[in-house]
Ligand binder design. Structure first.
Ligand SMILES: [Fe+2]
Length: 270
């Protein structure tokens, strides 16, 4: 499934694999001024390629190396003749040769998004100039070590990849670093933006407020986790105390996304 929507000069491609009647784990790529931000999951490749026929792409940038963001790098480079993608230096080897980590993905990731093929990628510059816009590239580790976001200061746009997702997110991946995420959010809220374009597909014109709300929520959660930890609560007891129980997602994702991951990551710094 691919749905295309337009927000001023920005196109949003919302995409996901349809299994039976259901489209699972959708994500969004954005195209602005010839710059494609992320290439989507492998399983949506042919549909995405067809959708791009009327929309010229000159450059591709990957916000981070996760499979739903780089899955069609190879296809678009082969079929559209795109130059090597841009990504943060920490993501280069993971994008050039994804097999070692992609083979270990949990079933839900294999089913929903699929394994990306190897593709060409080079270090992203500090700024990306397109015909009409200038994007500052900001490194915001936490969701992954190589995560970047793109800031267009004049327009007040921030392309956030997977940094935002939602204000009160209380499950994270097992490889996320929540304390890094908090520091990245603290940096980001100082920047001049209003509208955020999220890889979840959400476009929020109250983006600064939403980002601040997420930061405040996580700072409160961090304080609560640390306080309970000092009182001798185990991680399981902290989850039950703060949330009542583990999230349903934990079982569905084989522990890939869980509250246990969130609490455990926070308590790496006490
Ligand atoms: Fe991600």
């Amino acid at each position: 499934m691919i749905e295309i929507s337009q927000y001023g000069p920005i196109l949003r491609f919302l995409m996901g694999r349809t299994i039976g009647e259901q489209t699972v784990y959708t994500m969004a790529c954005y195209l602005v001024d010839g710059l494609l931000i992320d290439s989507g999951p492998y399983h949506t490749g042919e549909e995405f390629l067809a959708a791009l026929q009327d929309h010229p792409v000159e450059h591709l940038v990957n916000t981070h190396h996760h499979e739903d963001h780089i899955g069609n790098n190879h296809l678009l480079q082969t079929e559209l003749g795109l130059p090597p993608a841009w990504a943060h230096p920490l993501g280069l080897s993971l994008i050039r040769n994804p097999a070692p980590w992609a083979k270990k993905m949990q079933a839900y990731r294999q089913i929903a998004w699929g394994e990306p093929e190897a593709s060409q990628v080079v270090e992203v510059p500090n700024q990306i100039q397109t015909a009409h816009y200038l994007f500052d590239v900001l490194h915001v580790p936490g969701h992954s070590p190589d995560h970047i976001v793109l800031l267009e200061r004049e327009q007040g746009w921030l392309f956030t990849g997977d940094v935002f997702i939602s204000e009160r997110l209380n499950v994270v991946r097992s490889d996320e670093n929540v304390n890094d995420m908090i520091r990245s959010l603290q940096d980001l809220v100082q920047e001049p933006f209003e509208t955020i374009f999220c890889a979840s597909g959400a476009i929020r014109t109250d983006g600064k407020k939403a980002m601040q709300a997420k930061l405040d929520y996580w700072l409160t959660l961090k304080e609560q986790c640390q306080s309970l930890h000092r009182k001798g609560y185990t991680e399981d007891e902290i989850i039950n105390h703060l949330f009542g129980a583990e999230s349903r997602l934990a079982a569905l994702t084989e522990g890939g996304m869980s509250r246990a991951n969130l609490v455990h990551s926070i308590l790496q710094e006490v």
